[in-house]
Design a protein. Structure first.
Length: 201
């Protein structure tokens, strides 16, 4: 028979609407550890956030409900799409911000795409998100690569969505795969999650 606990009893009661972020159920338990950052979820996003925070000198706790890190990222081909990345620049290909933003707007919001608009038809929030991606994605993947947490290989052909759209002036080369990925890219997620987990250890 399942053990009955005060926590289960409390959860069985109707819960009133929240007025603050304070926990609904306060248990008489002292925390056994503290950290400046608590990351919930050990998928690709959680692992990279934990690493970046640790590299900034912050104390970090990473919580994961599964017996291993990785989440659904383990099943993915795991292409990181990073505009204007180092490897692309080294091939001599230019990836200007305006061209990237035009392509991002064309593919993200084809129903609202407007090449004459200063935001190409995106809302201000969407446009700033795309700008943040342009200015931050390459730096993030390059940092992971340089610190050995996740090494990438550059491919000019694979992993590019809509390479033939006229707004995609780069054509390819924004996609980065984990080093050692097989021809079908089916093991990319496993390689990436294993590499990030080792870096976290």
């Amino acid at each position: 028979m399942e053990e009955f606990t005060p926590l289960r009893a409390a959860l069985a009661e109707p819960i009133a609407s929240r007025e603050s972020a304070r926990p609904l159920i306060l248990l008489d338990v002292e925390p056994d550890t503290e950290a400046e950052v608590v990351v919930v979820g050990g998928g690709p996003g959680g692992q990279t956030v934990a690493l970046f925070c640790a590299w900034l000198g912050l104390s970090v706790i990473l919580l994961e409900k599964a017996p291993e890190l990785g989440g659904t990222g383990i099943k993915a081909a795991f292409a990181c799409w990073a505009p204007n990345n180092r490897w692309l620049r080294e091939t001599g290909v230019q990836d200007p911000e305006t061209d990237f933003l035009r392509f991002a707007a064309r593919t993200a919001r084809p129903d609202r795409f407007d090449p004459a608009s200063s935001t190409f038809g995106l809302s201000a929030w969407e446009f700033e998100g795309c700008r943040a991606m342009y200015h931050s994605a390459a730096e993030a993947v390059e940092l992971l690569h340089d610190r050995g947490a996740l090494r990438f290989q550059h491919e000019l052909v694979h992993g590019e969505y809509w390479p033939n759209l006229p707004e995609n002036r780069v054509g390819g080369g924004r996609a980065l795969f984990p080093e050692g990925v097989n021809e079908t890219r089916s093991n990319g997620g496993g390689i990436a999650m294993d590499s990030l987990a080792r870096a976290i250890d």
